[in-house]
Design a protein around this ligand. Structure first.
Ligand code: GLU
Length: 514
């Protein structure tokens, strides 16, 4: 029988969720939905020292904003709960003990001081201390103690951790769905702690136990977890769960826009782009991090950009814009590459630009009203939608659109002097007076209604279009940029257009020293 696809996103609540984490969640989600399976959210909070208040809520909000709907897990519930590891604390110990019992793990009673001394001694010999098959033979652990000694130490409450007994000198050939065969030599691995002195499991034990109990079919996670794969596979074997062990897929790193290395949260603030889906204030340091949401990105654009970080739709398929449904349909782990994927902040803006173009003008107008209201400006939705239609091609963000469109809503109070000087020539004053008169005679102003009349009038004078439209533009807009002036006039209306033009006729001669 085909196994039901069940994947999980398992972040640790140690701060805001980095966009690399969101990409992991996205690929898990796409894989689950593609195969009609379940997408779980498990919070891995076994390391209480790294817990950051608010991080868990942040993770849930961020997933929601991106449209990644959790089927089962924290905040949703389900049959395999609880889904927060700190609430599962009582169930891990039995598995650690089972491993001790079967000889796959052992008690280690070494104190922090003793381990520090070992480390120092190794350093003095220019070696690195590793708790492994060699060193474990002379350290304070149950492998070197009699059963009675161990029992006594436990009864006396001597603090201990439980370590995995890494097999010696085994060559492991493991399969990764993205990387193919991956080889590990167990002699290079250490005896990882599985269970801590505080009664909590470590990430490794809790992760494997939970993936098993939650019947996870595929573990899809970042490349930084690849070194943990041999331990996890050995744990499945040691616990007798090899038959139902999930398949593994380790996603490529997300690289800095320039130079080498993994994209870090510091890169964002340094280079001026967000690395987090939503803004976040670190409760400890007060540090403020930008978010895609607050910076005006559409979630669809953000998700689309992330989907292409390490995945592509296939050879010869040049498409770059995908809805979530299209992504679900096309996604496959075979098309995820193993090489690091370079993040490009400019391309991310391009995605936002594309999504802005696809939006309905009325919808953009609705979003723009927020900025208008904040500035106490009233402008009806219908005309605002016309503004959006006319101007959206020029911008990447709604806020940018608002800034570029200000002249539609309020008459210029200042004029760009160099533009005035460049386009308002001494003869422009007279020409604009005549133009004012010509426009006054038109019942409505628009390209359709008066472009022909204007052209005729200019032709009779032997003047080009620019001679009239350039001074007209600086008069109405305040600078020498913007859409067709008759489109502007149509939207702001005849009366407002003429008022602005008259003001320039009165003011500009002084500016140009006429
Ligand atoms: N808690 C780990 C993290 O923070 C999960 C890694 C995994 O998916 O196994 O990324």
């Amino acid at each position: 029988m085909e196994r039901r696809v069940r994947v999980r996103f398992a972040p640790s609540p140690t701060g805001a969720l980095h966009m690399g984490g969101v990409r992991t969640a996205l690929f898990n989600y796409l894989f689950a939905k593609k195969h009609g399976g379940d997408f779980l959210l498990r919070i891995e909070d076994t390391d209480q020292t790294r817990y950051v208040p608010g991080a868990e809520e942040y993770i849930q909000e961020a997933l929601k904003w991106c449209g990644l709907i959790v089927d089962e897990g924290v905040g949703v519930g389900g049959d395999c709960g609880p889904y927060r590891q700190s609430e599962r604390k009582p169930l891990y110990k039995q598995y650690a003990l089972q491993l001790v019992e079967s000889g796959n793990a052992y008690y280690s009673f070494d104190t922090a001081e003793e381990l520090a001394a070992e480390r120092a001694a190794c350093e003095a010999r220019k070696e690195t201390f590793i708790y492994n098959a060699q060193s474990r033979t002379h350290l304070k652990n149950s492998l070197n103690m009699s059963a009675e000694e161990v029992e006594k130490a436990l009864a006396d409450g001597v603090p201990y951790v439980i370590r995995f007994k890494m097999p010696e000198n085994e060559e492991l050939e493991l399969h990764d769905l993205i990387r193919g065969e991956v080889h590990f030599q167990t002699s290079l691995l250490d005896d990882k702690v599985l269970f801590k002195a505080d009664g909590m499991p470590t990430y490794h034990l809790a992760n494997v136990v939970d993936d098993h109990l939650m019947t996870i079919s595929h573990v899809i996670r970042g490349e930084e977890w690849l070194p943990s794969m041999p331990l996890h596979v050995l744990l499945y074997k040691a616990l007798g769960w090899e038959d139902t062990m999930p398949e593994f897929a380790h996603l490529p790193l997300i690289l800095k826009p320039v130079g080498n290395g993994k994209l870090s949260k510091r890169d964002g603030n340094k280079m001026g782009f967000p690395v987090f889906p939503m803004a976040f204030t670190d409760p400890d340091t007060g540090e403020i991090w930008h978010g895609y949401k607050e910076d005006g990105y559409f979630p669809e654009a953000f998700v689309n950009m992330l989907a292409l970080l390490g995945w592509n739709p296939g050879d010869g398929d040049e498409r770059e814009i995908f809805t979530m449904d299209e992504l679900i349909e096309m996604f496959s782990l075979e098309r995820v590459k193993k090489a690091g994927a370079r993040f490009d902040p400019e391309k991310t803006k391009w995605f936002n630009h594309k999504y802005l173009q696809m939006k309905d003008n009325a919808e953009i107008a609705e979003m723009m009203q927020e900025y208008l209201k904040a500035d106490g400006i009233e402008f009806d939705n219908e005309r605002l939608a016309m503004v959006c239609g006319l101007m959206k091609e020029r911008v990447n963000f709604v806020k940018e659109l608002y800034d570029e469109c200000k002249f539609f809503f309020v008459a210029p109070t200042e004029y760009v002097e160099k533009d005035v000087k460049k386009f308002w020539k001494p003869e422009s004053t007279e020409l604009m007076k005549e133009f004012h008169a010509l426009l006054s005679e038109q019942p409505v102003l628009s390209k359709e209604a008066c472009d022909a009349t204007i052209n005729e009038w200019l032709a009779a004078k032997g003047l080009g279009y620019g001679k009239c439209m350039n001074p007209f533009r600086v008069a109405v807009i305040g600078y020498a940029k913007g859409p067709h002036m008759l489109d502007v006039a149509e939207i702001i209306g005849k009366e407002e257009t003429l008022t602005r033009l008259q003001r320039a006729i009165d003011l500009f001669p002084t500016i140009i020293g006429q």
